[in-house]
Write a protein of this length. Sequence first.
Length: 312
Amino acid sequence: MADVVKIATRDSYGNALVELGKEKDNVVVLDADLAAATKTGTFKKAFPERHIDCGIAEADMMGIAAGLATCGKVPFASTFAMFAAGRAFEQVRNSIGYPHLNVKIGATHAGISVGEDGASHQCNEDIALMRTIPGMTIINPSDDIEAKAAVKAAYEIDGPVYMRFGRLAVPVINDNADYKFEVGKGVLLKDGSDITIIATGLEVGESLKAAEKLEADGVSVRVINMHTIKPLDKDIVVKAAKETKKIFTAEEHSIIGGLGSAVAEVLAEECQTPLYRIGVRDTFGESGPAVELLKKYKLDADGIYEQIKSNM
C-alpha cells in the first residue's frame, strides 16, 4: 500500500475549479477567508478577477452567490462544511434552495477526519441538513478522480449542488479506464452474494479494504460507491437488497440523516432487507490526529470489518 497515491479531495476541488475556469468564463469562485484551506487559492491565482473573498461572513457569501446566479454566473461558494451547511443553513435554504438558483457549494473539511480542529469544526450533520432542502443535489466523492468529475458535473446541473470534500489525503481508487461518473448513479466496485457494503466519501476506500478481510473469512462481499446521496440510486440499492442477505452502509457522517438514513428509507419502501449503519453514532467528535480518530470511531477498515462481523 506504500505506493498508493493519496490526495485530499479538497486539493482536487481547487484543481478542478481551475480547469473548469479555463473552459467556462461564467464560473466565479467565492470563499470566506479560507482560500488556503479550501484550496480555492489556486483559482484565485489563475483568475483573480473571478475570485471573491467574502471574509468571515458565510451567510453573506451565500447571499452574494445567489445574486451572482441571477445574473448568469455560476458561483462556487466555498468554505468548511460546518459553516456552509451549519452557519449558513438559512441562507442556503431561503436564498438558494427556495428560488432554486444555480449555486454550487464546495464544502471542505467535513467529518471526523478534520482531526485536530475538534468537534466544533467536524461537521457530521451536513448531509442530513442538505438532504432536507428541496431540489438540492448532494455529492460526496471518494477520491481525487471522482472529486474532479463531480465539480464538472455540478456545473452542468441547473440548480443548487452541495459537494463534500475532505482534509485528509485518501487513496486514489477510481484510476481505471472504464470509470464513469454519473450524478445519481451508484458504482459497483466489487460484486458479491452474501452482504453488500454501500459506502460514500473516504469510507469507500476503507470499505474495499474491509471487504478483502471479510473475503479472507469466506464472506462474499458486494461493495457499492454511492457518491451521490441525493438523488439516491434506488435501483442499485434494491438490486443489492434482493440479491444479498444484508446491507451495511458506511459513511464519515452521523448515522442519523445521512447515507444510512437515505438507504433505510429506500429499503423500507421497496425491499425490507436487514440494514446496519456504520458511521458516527449520535455523538460529537473530538480533537486528535485524523487517522487515530477514524480508528477510535470505528470508521477505518478494521472498524468496518469488526462491525460487520458483529452484525451479520
